[in-house]
Design a protein around this ligand. Structure first.
Ligand code: MN
Length: 324
């Protein structure tokens, strides 16, 4: 047994109460890694209390329900956080009060938290890392657990467009075969979407502003989202669909989160690296898929300007390379 797998397994074995958390604004990889880990621990150790915590999202209900916890045992409980690089984005109350924390993540490292950290930023997804743990320890896997992990991998790689190597195909091929995953049924669950999202996509496509540097942005009004019958999460759900458009190198969707009084900026790139720019505004994420939450409009405008400049520099770099 590899050391990291062994130490994670030993911790899980040791604790009676285990909480599993992931990032705010969860996506299928966050849910897949979280729920699969919970199901596996319960299957292997039925006597343990295991809670998957954080906001629930109705479109991801196929992963199962998250748990409501009234009183956390910060002293004696083990907290495992998946798919989250920074303190601020862990979706749990009083995160810093937990005494025992394990981190499982595939983002570039931001904050150190956790006595044990299993970080591999070349991995396709947090779900892949959870699979490695289950596959290399006595933690059990059944076809439901394998299906959750497959959904996380397929979704975080955008159906094997990003972060995908021969190892990823190797892994999913093994999962499909061993656990008899019916991928067509699974895709129908993962990719089913309401008509309001398609209508919102139409609105974004026609209203998106594209500048001469290849930077595209749109501020999506609350009223527009509401009038189409969508909620805020719909905006993040469709950002990847604007990839591979000739005229666009970087694209950003800005929306306003009324509940938290924050501007939410989703950013994607198929050219310049953007997570270092996002980090300047206390955002983060992957090199080409990042996000920022900020209180002020001024910050949003500065961020958009920097992203446009990054496109300009990227294009200049490219044309220089071309002339050699
Ligand atoms: Mn992920």
């Amino acid at each position: 047994m590899n050391n990291i797998y062994k130490s994670i397994y030993n911790e899980i074995k040791k604790f009676k109460i285990i909480y599993i958390a992931r990032h705010i604004g969860p996506d299928p990889d966050a849910f897949g890694s979280q729920m699969a880990l919970k199901k596996s621990i319960k299957l292997t150790f039925p006597e343990k209390e295991v809670y998957a915590v954080g906001a629930s999202v109705s479109r991801f209900k196929y992963f199962g329900k998250t748990d409501k916890v009234e009183n956390y045992d910060y002293e004696n409980g083990l907290l495992i956080v998946t798919d989250t690089p920074d303190n601020r984005r862990v979706d749990i109350d009083n995160f810093l009060n937990f005494k025992h924390v394990i981190k499982i993540d595939h983002h570039p490292k931001v904050d150190t938290f956790g006595e044990i950290e299993y970080i591999k930023d070349t991995a396709s997804s947090a779900s892949e890392l959870v699979y490695n743990i289950l596959d290399n320890t006595k933690l059990k896997i059944d076809s439901e657990i394998a299906g959750d992990l497959y959904a996380g991998i397929v979704s975080d790689t955008n159906r094997f467009l990003f972060n995908t190597t021969n190892e990823t195909f190797d892994l999913v091929s093994r999962i499909i075969k061993k656990y008899k995953i019916d991928i067509e049924t699974l895709y129908r669950k993962v990719y089913a979407k309401p008509l309001c999202e398609v209508r919102l996509m139409g609105h974004i496509a026609s209203a998106l502003k594209v500048d001469k540097n290849g930077f595209a942005s749109i501020e999506i009004d609350d009223d527009v989202i509401a009038s189409l019958g969508c909620d805020l999460s719909a905006v993040s759900n469709m950002i990847n669909d604007f990839n591979n458009i000739n005229e666009i190198l970087v694209w950003a969707f800005v929306s306003f989160d009324q509940k938290n009084k924050l501007f939410k900026v989703n950013i994607r790139s198929r050219g310049p690296v953007i997570n270092d720019i996002a980090a300047k505004y206390h955002g983060g994420g992957h090199k080409y898929a990042s996000g920022v939450r900020t209180e002020t409009k001024e910050n949003v405008e500065l961020l958009l300007k920097e992203l446009s400049n990054a496109c300009k520099e990227f294009k200049e770099g490219e044309s220089k390379d071309g002339s050699n």
